[in-house]
Design a binder for this molecule. Structure first.
Ligand code: NAD
Length: 345
């Protein structure tokens, strides 16, 4: 079966493409390689993580552009879609709201239309822990209401879930929305705390610690997230009229993919310092607009239905990231580009 992965040059997308190819699936990837962060990193993910592979077709294009998306999948019969492309980042949504409207709203619509036209067996799409806002009780449960986003990014992710619900209801296309919780690891995003802090610790520059470090995040390691995405893709929700996680009576399930281990951002800083062998310099700052004070995933439904079992504590994940980061920033990553070759299923 051919799987379309959007945001294929992104952090999570590149890992998912690699994992799908590794288990012998054909993949079409689309990404517009935008400049939200250095596109050299996106090219490096594609070149070094994925490399030339006979089962991988990569197309540079905007999935919010109907014609570009149609051209990307021309001639292919899609078995599934993993829609990970988006304008990510809470803070950027304050400066560049239209990027979110285009990629996260128009883009979500185009992927839903494609899923409907091709009658795909399953559309898995990325949502976010940010939909819970700052007032939800902890741990966050997909059954809780999430109607009070504190950033436009969160609002577009929630809107994406509602749009998916309407398509699952009208057209009965099986869909799964995955609310990711602060994903980190090798080949990660330069706008996220782990990268920015590591960069500053190694440079001996003070790192900004919002809300004076009194923020809690359910940091989740990329390999655990990737395994969760593949497990979800393999298990389309049934169209049986029974309530699904998140409450839908249509074939549409919502799951949290987190680590179920919220930690203070200060602990992250200490672990980075230990992995770098340096004492971090800290600049305490007030809370930022759009931020939430704590995230914590209730992953009981994902454990039960998907066999999701996050296995990487911060104590393991942070040193792995720091080691990768040192190699990448020195230009010395020499990872085997092509994943293992498997016969097609
Ligand atoms: N990383 C996290 O901690 C996290 C947490 C919650 C949710 N998410 C969601 O997971 C998904 C993947 O996130 P990521 O961390 O890999 O982000 P990322 O920015 O690294 O990847 C997203 C990719 O999508 C591409 N893209 C954006 N708009 C596009 C468009 N219109 N057409 C084509 N390509 C486009 C970008 O170029 C980028 O490569 C996103 O939907 C994000 O909102 C991520």
């Amino acid at each position: 079966m051919t799987v379309l992965v959007t945001g294929a040059a992104g952090f999570i997308g590149a890992h998912v493409v690699r994992a799908l190819l590794g288990r012998g699936q054909r993949v079409i990837g689309i990404d517009n390689l935008n400049t939200y962060y250095d596109p050299a990193l996106k090219h490096a993910r594609l070149a070094r993580l994925i490399g030339p592979h006979p089962d991988f077709r990569f197309v540079v294009g905007d999935f919010a552009d109907q014609a570009a998306l149609a051209a990307a999948v021309a001639g292919a019969r899609l078995g599934g879609i993993v829609h990970l492309g988006a304008q990510a980042g809470v803070r950027h949504s304050i400066d560049a709201p239209r990027d979110y409207g285009r990629s996260n709203l128009v883009g979500q619509l185009e992927l839903l239309e494609l899923a409907r036209q091709q009658r795909v067996a399953h559309l898995v799409y990325a949502s976010s822990s940010s939909v819970y806002g700052d007032t939800a009780r902890l741990p966050f449960n997909a059954e809780d209401r999430a109607d009070h986003p504190v950033s436009l990014y969160a609002a577009t992710k929630k809107a994406g879930e509602l749009m998916a619900e309407s398509y699952a209801h009208l057209y009965r296309v099986p869909m799964t929305g995955l609310r990711f919780f602060t994903v980190y690891g090798p080949w990660g995003r330069p706008d996220m705390a782990l990268w920015r802090f590591t960069e500053r610790v190694l440079a001996g520059v003070p790192l900004p610690l919002y809300n004076h470090g009194k923020l809690k995040r359910d940091f989740t390691y990329i390999d655990d997230i990737t395994a969760g995405i593949l497990a979800a893709l393999d298990r389309p929700p049934a169209d049986d009229g029974q309530p699904k996680p998140g409450g839908s009576l249509s074939p549409h399930a919502l799951y949290n993919l987190g680590n179920d281990q919220p930690v203070e951002v200060m602990e992250l800083v200490e672990r980075i310092g230990a992995a770098c062998g340096l004492a971090p310099l800290i600049e305490p700052l007030p809370m930022q607009a759009g931020d939430v004070t704590a995230t914590w995933a209730d992953i009981t439904p994902a454990r039960r239905d998907l066999g999701y079992a996050p296995a990487t504590p911060l104590a393991l994940g942070v040193p792995r990231f720091v080691e990768w980061y040192r190699g990448y920033s020195a230009g010395g990553i020499d990872e085997s580009p092509a994943v293992a070759q498997h016969p097609r299923p």
